[in-house]
Design a protein around this ligand. Structure first.
Ligand code: ARG
Length: 281
């Protein structure tokens, strides 16, 4: 159930009372027009009864989520979530959290959803629910430009590897024999460590590492062409949350009406590839 802000709650209560009066008086108002704050069903809410979803993100992962110079959130995920809300009839209130704090926040119900380039994994699906996949990505290895030794995953044995804490990149790195893993709170910090020559490699989501290299945010680093994994991002919600329907419906709408493709063009400079309806996990 979406949590409402205090003023919205009061407004909803008032609307609820009014619509009850309406039902009694005219017996013509639909029952589902009532002011119940749980009304974020498959259709979303309508009219003035807009529900607000608190949505967590870790905004140091461009081009998916980052903070502009004035601190405002921007990125593909941010635009996407707002567009989904518009299509499904809810507004979005973003909350910045550390990446490894997002699933606990969903579990404790302090946020209603999370969009944070989060990979749909079998392990996470035990504790949270996911929307249908909204992006196809995968992990890539980054090394120093001068590196001639590391050309594949198998070359990472006994190397020093930087990762962002709590990510699929960290989980992959943990499988490498003899590797010294250094964990960082954000992906840019891990990449900086590589640029500084303090580690031999970074395992991170390919689109984000490529963006950091191409945008010049990180120098002296190259990305190994072959991806280690294929991953799909999903919007995470607390287990059993009814909001999954509204989110999936909003996503389906914007995939169909071209909005999704426009956002893909805006942030990746090319048309969106086809997406599966479920993630192969
Ligand atoms: N896709 C990876 C994962 O789910 C990394 C996501 C990191 N996201 C972020 N906003 N820092 O583990």
């Amino acid at each position: 159930m979406a949590k409402l802000t205090r003023s919205r709650f009061l407004r909803q209560m008032l609307l609820g009372v009014l619509s009850c009066v309406c039902v009694v008086t005219f017996a013509a108002c639909g029952a589902n027009q009532g002011g119940s704050p749980t009304a974020t069903g498959g259709e979303g809410t309508t009219g003035a009864e807009t529900t607000t979803l608190r949505v967590a993100t870790e905004p140091a992962f461009p081009p998916f989520e980052s903070q502009g110079s004035g601190g405002e959130l921007e990125g593909f995920d941010i635009d996407l979530m707002n567009a989904i809300g518009e299509a499904a009839g809810f507004t979005v209130q973003f909350q910045s959290l550390p990446f490894d704090g997002i699933i606990p926040a969903l579990q404790s119900g302090t946020v209603d959803a999370a969009i944070s380039a989060m990979t749909i994994t079998a392990e996470r699906a035990q504790t949270v629910d996911f929307s249908r996949p909204y992006f196809k990505a995968g992990l890539a290895i980054a090394v120093q430009e001068s590196d001639t030794e590391v050309t594949s995953f198998d070359d990472l044995q006994n190397k020093r590897i930087a990762v962002q804490i709590g990510t699929t990149g960290a989980a992959e790195a943990a499988k490498i024999e003899g590797a010294q893993i250094r964990t960082f709170d954000s992906a840019p910090l891990a990449l900086q460590e590589l640029a500084n020559g303090n580690v031999d490699a970074v395992i991170n989501d390919a689109p984000v590492t490529l963006y950091a290299v191409q945008s010049g945010n990180i120098g002296g680093v190259k990305v190994i062409g072959q991806l280690i994994t294929e991953e799909f991002y999903g919007i995470a919600i607390p287990k059993g949350s009814p909001n999954v329907e509204a989110i999936n419906q909003g996503l389906a709408t914007i995939l169909e009406d071209g909005t999704y493709n426009e956002l893909h063009q805006k942030w990746f400079g090319e048309d969106a590839p086809d997406l599966p309806e479920t993630a192969p996990i």
